[in-house]
Write a protein that binds this ligand. Structure first.
Ligand code: MF3
Ligand code: CO
Length: 265
């Protein structure tokens, strides 16, 4: 299936899905407390998703057993919620959530610190978000997709971090995963030419040490090979003629000063 251009109606539904997802992330992030299990986080998250009339898109996706991917410390993505896994002060916890609203998907991830965390952990979380926004300067009609990828990569490497190459972002719409792939690293090709109405999930996964990862025996959970920390920051975005619309972010997060769209375009 080729890269699709969403209609005005589809964009409206993706806006609605993203708005709900932004709120779920904000509320679930605030609910995190030391002593909670990752299964409790999943249960609360699923409840929130359903309370807004959405369906959790990850549940049963290719056999994934939960609604929220909860990945702790050296876990990069696809941590499986468990009654046995307790989060503690000093941990960093990545929450990846997908929702479906009236047939349209939104996908986003945030990494949170639990209580007081090390300054290295705090920097990794902030810089991973910065890598996403570095890409956003190139998420403009007329540019090419892999310019976003290169900007994300250069931002991460500038800080000395490792970039995960074994997993990538993706197109999104009436399916969770659509074409094309959205890498977080430099490619030899330019990638598709960006057009208004294209929607992507851009999701840098950035490691404190090497970008190398391995899969746990459960077949899902991805961990860093060196067991150092990993952070994840993802949003569903819409390409427009001007600056991209970040569909899965709340007003609060935007006004917290993390992004200045007035910067270089
Ligand atoms: N954000 C991830 C992705 O886009 C989430 C998928 S988790 C799964 O691939 F459980 F749905 F597989
Ligand atoms: Co995704």
């Amino acid at each position: 299936m080729p890269v699709t251009i969403k209609s005005a109606r589809e964009i409206e539904l993706m806006r609605a899905a993203g708005k709900i997802l932004g709120k779920v992330h904000q509320d679930l992030g605030k609910a995190l407390k030391p002593g909670m299990t990752t299964l409790e986080i999943d249960r609360i998250g699923e409840e929130m998703i359903r309370s807004y009339g959405c369906i959790p898109s990850f549940k049963n996706y290719q056999g994934y057993p939960a609604s929220v991917c909860v990945s702790v410390n050296d876990e990069v993505v696809h941590g499986i919620p468990s009654q046995k896994r307790v989060i503690r002060e000093g941990d960093i916890v990545s929450l990846d959530i997908g929702v479906i609203y009236k047939g349209y998907h939104s996908d986003a991830a945030r990494t949170h610190g639990i209580g007081e965390i090390s300054s290295n952990a705090r920097r990794l979380i902030l810089h991973t978000r910065e890598c996403f926004f570095a890409g956003m300067y190139y998420a403009v009609a007329g540019r090419h997709l892999h310019q976003i990828s290169a900007a994300v990569y250069d931002c991460a490497r500038g800080y000395g971090y490792g970039v995960v190459r074994d997993l990538v972002g993706h197109g999104i719409g009436s399916h969770l995963h659509e074409e094309p792939e959205v890498p977080n690293f430099r490619k030899r090709t330019r990638g598709v030419r960006l057009c208004p109405g294209m929607t992507f999930a851009v999701e840098p996964m950035i490691n404190e040490g090497t970008g190398r990862v391995r899969w746990r025996k459960n077949g899902w959970t991805v961990v860093t090979c060196d067991h150092r920390l990993s952070a994840h920051y993802e949003n569903t975005i819409l390409i427009t003629k001007g600056k991209p619309e970040i569909l899965s972010i709340t007003e609060d997060e935007v006004s917290s000063g993390i992004w200045t769209p007035e910067g270089e375009a």
